[in-house]
Design a protein around this ligand. Structure first.
Ligand code: ARG
Ligand code: MN
Ligand code: MN
Ligand code: MN
Length: 298
């Protein structure tokens, strides 16, 4: 199999990338015949932290998050440009601003984003109630925020809403629901997973963004899409999530398309929960990545 690069931003949920690596993610990928080139440029982001980074409205740490994402975007772009599959291990979901900016710089308007999450992460600076940028990345990528947050003027909002699909939603803010409705963005919540089963949901999701299955796919996987009983060590757990198998099925089905060009695995937080919860979460994170990168059950 081809080459993969692992990018590891430290921001937010600091210790997760190291934990996944310690747990053997790289070795596991070698066993699947990937050549792994690790990119540690963002393992320590502290040098990017500006001396002064006052809140922008209620948005916290705008310049720091922007600076980390700008570096990440260039690293992902460079790996994708070499034809490598780029895996970004987070870190919180704000890093998708950078990772998707990087992949879309190479693949352009063809790039499909499959966003697996309990949350829509599509708040704008106007709608966010928390001020946390991990709740806003999609709004940046679609250009719903342009020019409003200091540091982010480099973001080219070229993701098309027709090329975005969600799976697993169940905790969507009122303002986000309005945006999803107004923009006509396709989303499969847990209600649809219950109703149709994960097999049909993934098929319908891919039919929407990638009907011929010939376009490049960026999979952005937030572990909180999984039920907290499956992935407990995460910052914003929501009950009623994907089962272990449903989460893996999504990754397997995307692997089967042969079109995966980039993946994010985000929101594993080693500071939350006991040692057992952490091991369980790290293990499931590693196995999701393996499935997306071609591991099969038989
Ligand atoms: N909607 C909430 C917010 O905007 C929660 C977002 C959670 N996002 C995440 N990547 N865990 O703050
Ligand atoms: Mn977070
Ligand atoms: Mn998220
Ligand atoms: Mn989430």
């Amino acid at each position: 199999m081809g080459v993969m690069s692992v990018l590891i931003p430290k921001e937010g949920v600091d210790a997760a990338p190291m934990r996944l690596t310690e747990f053997g993610l790289e070795t596991q990928l070698h066993a699947l015949d990937w050549r792994v080139e690790r990119n540690d440029k963002l393992l320590d982001c502290s040098h990017l932290r500006p001396a002064r980074d006052p809140d922008a409205g209620i948005i916290k740490q705008p310049r720091y998050v922007a600076a980390v994402n700008q570096v990440l975007a260039e690293e992902v772009r460079a790996h994708c440009a070499k034809g490598e599959l780029s895996l970004t291990v987070g870190g919180d979901h704000s890093l998708a601003i950078g990772s998707i900016s990087g992949s879309i710089a190479v693949y352009g308007e063809d790039l499909c984003v499959v966003w697996v999450d309990a949350h829509a992460d599509i708040n704008t600076p106007e709608t966010t109630e928390s001020g946390n940028l991990h709740g806003c990345p999609v709004a940046f990528l679609l250009g719903l925020t342009r020019g409003q947050v200091p540091g982010f003027d480099w973001v080219e909002p070229i993701l098309r809403k027709e090329r975005l699909v969600y799976i697993g939603l169940r905790d969507v803010d009122a303002g986000e629901k309005r945006i999803l409705r107004e923009q006509g963005i396709r989303a499969f919540s847990m209600h649809e997973v219950d109703k149709y089963g994960i097999g049909r949901v993934v098929e319908m999701a891919l039919d929407h963004v990638n009907p011929q299955r010939n376009l490049p796919i960026h999979l952005s996987f937030d572990v909180d899409a999984l039920d907290p009983s499956v992935a407990p060590s995460t910052g914003t757990p929501v009950r009623g999530g994907l089962t272990f198998r449903e989460g893996h099925y999504i990754c397997e089905a995307i692997a089967e398309t042969g079109q995966l060009v980039a993946m994010d695995l985000v929101e594993v937080n080693p500071a939350l929960g006991d040692a057992e919860a952490l091991e369980q979460t790290v293990k499931v994170g590693c196995s999701l990545v393996r499935c997306a990168l071609g591991e099969t059950l038989l």
